[in-house]
Design a protein around this ligand. Structure first.
Ligand code: GCU
Length: 461
């Protein structure tokens, strides 16, 4: 009996010392756990730098058949079909687009520099048709204005804080979700202009600015998105949110190109991240578009699907299945079977000017393979009679190039320098001829960006 008690005590002591050892080291173990978590997510957290070396990386596959592109218009159609069959599903051709009455939100917007207005646009037919509010800032300048249309993550209330625009539920905005601590954190991480639109900067560049909240068209939620798309009531419904949002851009153009205040021959689409993906897609399927800005578009945007850096198509398809067509899941499981890659999407845009925005720490979106995709697509831009990338590597920005590559320090965000780059590109390609030439010729500011030309004269950003 004594023996049993003695061994039980010994065991308990052993257990206690083990527990004691563990308790004593909790802070160290916690630190090791946190370090492991951070290190395995460095790319996602924006702690890594994108490589600037491209010559030592694989050339995009499949190779582009430049001659076939130049001679055979059937090549373009076949390639578009291949993208539809694999990643994006069908462009919803013939889907009805109608719009309601315009409402003047603020006739003296920005101290009288413009007029802020909105118009409800409906896509589809029957009970499942979807309506979103397009907000448009028209500058009060003589003649027709070139236009940039953006689609946003943030609600219209957050994009135009302080203006009584219509919210997604039909009420008039009173405050925004970006007020308070959430807004402070979001803008600290994702940049000052992640939600709020600096309209005055677009006015400075002589542009009208329009935008809509993409989730009002198709909600950015797996499950709900597919149900909404299936119910749109078109002759052909979209099967991916990216394609549906791309069609939203096109619907906005239908309405705005018919407006006498807009110069229909000078229109651009613009989007950040997931909406950079949809801007590129829209530019391919709607050839009216005169320029595209795809900022940090990443996978299923301008980054190569076969790249092993950053998020990767496989992870994207897993995390956001509703962004892609159901067929994409099969290709994500076997990337080698994917018959297309994103340099071909860029080639389909030629000769339309494209700005690819990137952040050096935004390895998640893979600036390096984005550059290589643009390098490969440049051959098609050249046969189409325009410039592709101009030489100088990933850090050289030429806003007048057919394929303009913008790489700044920092992460996945929209910051003030990005707006300078966007407006320089838009002025170079959509500005009045005189302004365009000057913008390119006066690229002699002490910083790497070109001079911005405003009505009041030139200024360095
Ligand atoms: C996620 C997603 C990206 C996407 C980004 C965005 O990070 O992984 O593919 O581009 O969201 O839309 O901000």
């Amino acid at each position: 009996m004594t023996l049993v008690i003695q061994s039980t005590i010994k065991l308990a002591e052993k257990g206690n010392s083990c527990m004691f050892w563990f308790l004593k080291r909790i802070p160290l173990l916690l630190l090791i756990g946190i370090m492991a978590l951070v290190m395995s997510n460095c790319t996602m957290l924006g702690l890594n730098y994108a490589s600037l070396a491209t010559a030592n990386k694989p050339v995009p596959q499949p190779p582009l058949d430049v001659a076939a592109f130049a001679e055979d218009s059937g090549r373009r159609d076949a390639l578009k079909e291949a993208f539809e069959d694999t990643l994006y599903g069908p462009w919803p051709a013939g889907m009805p687009v109608t719009h309601g009455d315009w409402r003047v939100v603020d006739a003296d917007y920005l101290d009288g520099r413009g007029s802020l207005e909105e118009v409800p646009i409906t896509i589809g037919s029957g009970a499942g048709a979807r309506t979103f509010q397009l907000i448009v800032a028209f500058p009060k300048t003589p003649g027709q204005s070139p236009l940039v249309v953006s689609q946003t993550f943030a609600s219209n209330c957050a994009a135009f804080p302080g203006s009584p625009v219509t919210a997604a539920d039909g009420s008039i905005c009173d405050g925004s979700e970006m007020n308070g601590v959430f807004g402070f954190l979001a803008t600290s991480i994702f940049g000052t202009y992640i939600a709020e639109v600096p309209v005055s900067r677009y006015f400075d560049a002589g542009l009208a600015y329009a935008s809509f909240y993409a989730s009002e068209l198709v909600p950015d939620r797996n499950g709900e998105a597919q149900t909404v798309m299936a119910g749109l009531g078109g002759p052909l419904n979209p099967t991916s949110a990216l394609m549906a949002w791309a069609y939203g851009f096109s619907a906005a153009l239908d309405v705005l190109e018919a407006d006498p205040r807009i110069d229909a021959d000078h229109t651009a689409l613009m989007g950040h991240s997931r909406h950079g993906k949809s801007a590129l897609i829209s530019g391919v399927w709607d050839r009216r578009v005169d320029a595209v800005i795809a900022h940090q578009s990443g996978f299923a945007g301008a980054a190569l699907s076969r790249s092993k850096t950053g998020e990767g198509l496989v992870r994207m398809a897993e995390s956001y299945p509703h962004w892609l067509a159901p067929t994409a899941q099969g290709y994500a499981a076997d990337l080698s079977a994917l018959p297309v890659d994103q340099h071909e999407l860029l080639a389909l845009l030629a000769p339309t000017p494209v700005l690819l925005g990137n952040g050096r720490r935004d390895v998640w979106s893979d600036p390096n393979s984005t550059y290589r995709a643009a390098q490969a697509a440049s051959d098609i831009y050249r046969v189409e009679g325009t410039t592709g990338l101009t030489s100088g590597g990933m850090k050289s920005f030429d806003p007048g190039a057919g394929l303009a590559f913008w790489l700044r320090p920092g992460g996945h965000s929209v910051v003030s320098e990005d707006i300078d780059a966007f407006t320089a590109f838009l002025q170079a390609h959509l500005g009045q001829p005189g302004i365009r030439e000057t913008a390119v010729q006066t690229a002699d500011c002490p910083v790497s960006l070109p001079t911005i030309i405003t009505e009041g004269g030139a200024k360095c950003p």
